[in-house]
Design a protein around this ligand. Structure first.
Ligand code: ATP
Ligand code: MG
Length: 557
């Protein structure tokens, strides 16, 4: 077999060049730097697969660094969830680190800059600073504080740390270039005063470094070789390099790739938090959420998410990925791994008139016929009365309806061929029972009846069926790009969740394994909702339908 030669993405090309030239002593050390202010989403998965994937490919390592410089929005709950999600995705970090552990070092870096005449304390208000910064076409002007002496700056910065000032009273800025066409270079703020409790450092600090003064410096402290981030940080790169140069610390380098955007989804933590807080969804792990925890609860596997990230690849330009691709990836995975089971979601009763009263047969069904050599089997009780799907019966069946209707025959999956003889309706005209006869010599696998039928339907024995709740999910948004609207919540799909309170499942599903995928034959892929299931009532979540029904819907509409 010829091994498929995959072309390198642009970051791999850079790394291979660096390895050839001996830059970074031949090391590859990446980092994944989440801010612990929310749960990870599928966009983060792209970054995780990239950062950890690069390290794996080049025999390097990846640090997990919590970018915890924003005490107000951060929480340990998020730290724990992030760690769990990365592990679940199948990656192992080298070191677990926190930017807050570097607060003292970062403070000293700032003092260094002051001593070099490269940083100053500014008493101007946020508005005054913004106004004096000018605009991309108008150069900035110095505030009166830019010319403060080194001694005064050292004194004031120390007092800022000591808590002598209120929030917003003073900031520390670096002295770069007020006329630089790149606004990020016009004396950016590197420290602000924030009297707030931090989830790790408590009340030890009341000044916190800004992103631009924390990120690159943390990279440098850890000797990160390739600091990969998303495109919006391109204009920050000159400042990233400038600060490292001025401080004369380890020359980490920043590279940018296009973030994942996916249609019918929002992907910013701020918006996802809003959905949680306003109870549009049940929580961060609601199966409709694009979070890793939501996808996990929905029945996505780590393999399917890694495959998705592999397929979409790494680009230098923003693009929009079709959510159908994600659905394709989970279908592909579950087709190979999910166990086949029978469940009836909208039941009517089928009575086999000529089947002996009280008789029960143990039929056999393979767990997964797609697996070469098999994946085991289970027994399925069969008896005179069965639940079948309401829409598998039609009173006036059209010609191509290969299911049940008066006079029509069908095979019961793993069982016999039955022929419909009669049916009963209630006062409202709803069919309540369907009657049929079976051919005793037509049993699946040992059929000598010579009968030919075109359709097979699923069923569950009435006396053996277990009740379960089944939750059917659709896309959370009905607009392709919900974030483009003024209010992203205006396109929330009102039918994103339908609950079937009483479905019937085959008895083997009572032992459903958490996190395992099950194909409910003809209906879709499902998984146990371990969070909401109780012994008396299991709950199943639909992961995905068997086919891309959405594509058809769109064409019809
Ligand atoms: P959000 O915009 O959702 O709040 P963020 O960028 O603020 O995300 P961080 O916790 O700072 O979230 O992100 C950690 C890492 O994940 C960063 O390196 C960031 O670039 C990356 N990342 C975040 N969102 C995406 C995305 N949609 N696609 C790819 N990478 C992403
Ligand atoms: Mg961020």
């Amino acid at each position: 077999m010829v091994e498929e030669e995959k072309s390198l993405n642009f970051i791999e090309e850079i790394i291979e060049e660096d390895l050839r030239s001996g830059k970074h002593e031949g090391r590859v050390l990446t980092r994944f730097p989440p801010e612990p202010n929310g749960y990870l989403h599928i966009g983060h998965a792209k970054s995780i697969c990239l950062n950890f994937g690069l390290a794996q490919k080049y025999n390097g390592k990846t640090n997990l660094r919590f970018d915890d410089t924003n005490p107000v929005t951060e929480d340990v709950e998020y730290v724990e969830s992030i760690k769990k999600d990365i592990q679940w995705l199948g990656f192992e970090w080298s070191e677990e680190l926190y930017t807050s552990d570097y607060f003292e070092t970062l403070y000293n870096y700032a003092v260094d800059l002051i001593k070099k005449g490269l940083a100053y304390v500014d008493d101007s208000s946020a508005e005054e600073i913004a106004a004096a910064k000018g605009s991309p076409t108008v150069p900035g002007t110095p505030t009166p504080y830019r010319s403060r002496s080194i001694e005064e700056n050292l004194q004031l910065f120390e007092e800022m740390r000591a808590g002598n000032y209120q929030d917003g009273e003073k900031v520390l800025r670096v002295k770069v270039d007020l006329e630089n066409p790149n606004m990020h270079m016009r004396d950016p703020i590197i420290y602000r005063i924030k009297h707030a409790h931090h989830h790790r450092t408590g009340n030890q600090w009341c000044i916190y470094p800004m992103y631009d003064f924390a990120h690159g410096q943390s990279d440098s402290i850890e000797k990160i070789t390739h600091s990969v981030c998303t495109l919006e940080f391109i204009p920050h790169r000159p400042l990233y390099d400038w600060l490292i140069d001025q401080l004369d610390i380890y020359p980490s380098k920043q590279y940018e790739f296009a973030r994942l955007n996916m249609n019918y989804t929002v992907m910013s933590k701020r918006k996802l938090l809003q959905l949680v807080n306003e109870q549009v969804v049940e929580g961060w792990d609601d199966p409709r959420m694009p979070t890793i925890s939501g996808l996990r609860r929905r029945g996505y596997t780590p393999e399917s998410i890694r495959n998705f990230c592999e397929r979409i690849g790494i680009q230098k330009r923003e693009n929009m990925i079709d959510v159908s691709l994600l659905e394709f990836c989970i279908r592909e995975d579950l087709n190979k791994s999910a166990w086949r089971r029978m469940a009836v979601l909208d039941p009517i009763k089928l009575v086999i008139s000529n089947y002996p009263d009280g008789q029960v047969e143990e039929l056999h069904g393979e767990n997964n016929p797609e697996v070469e050599g098999g994946d085991g089997s289970r027994t399925i009780p069969f008896s005179k009365e069965l639940w079948i799907e309401r829409d598998d019966f039609m009173e006036d069946a059209p010609k191509k309806f290969f299911r049940l209707g008066p006079g029509l025959s069908v095979r019961l999956k793993h069982g016999y061929i039955v022929t419909c003889t009669d049916f009963k309706k209630d006062d409202q005209g709803n069919v309540t029972e369907v009657y049929c006869t079976y051919a005793p010599n037509s049993k699946s696998g040992e059929d000598t009846s010579g009968l030919k039928v075109k359709g097979t339907i699923h069923w569950v024995s009435v006396t053996h069926a277990k009740e379960a709740e089944v939750r059917l999910y659709e896309r959370l948004f009905s607009e392709e790009n919900p974030a483009a609207a003024e209010d992203f919540k205006s396109s929330i799909n009102p039918d994103s969740l339908s609950i079937i309170e009483k479905a019937y499942i085959e008895p083997d599903l009572e032992n459903a394994i958490p996190a395992k995928g099950y194909q409910f034959i003809r209906l879709g892929y499902f998984t146990l909702d371990a969070k909401n299931s109780i012994a008396e009532k299991l709950v199943f979540n639909r992961t995905v339908t068997l086919k891309d029904s959405w594509a058809k819907e769109v064409k019809k509409g």
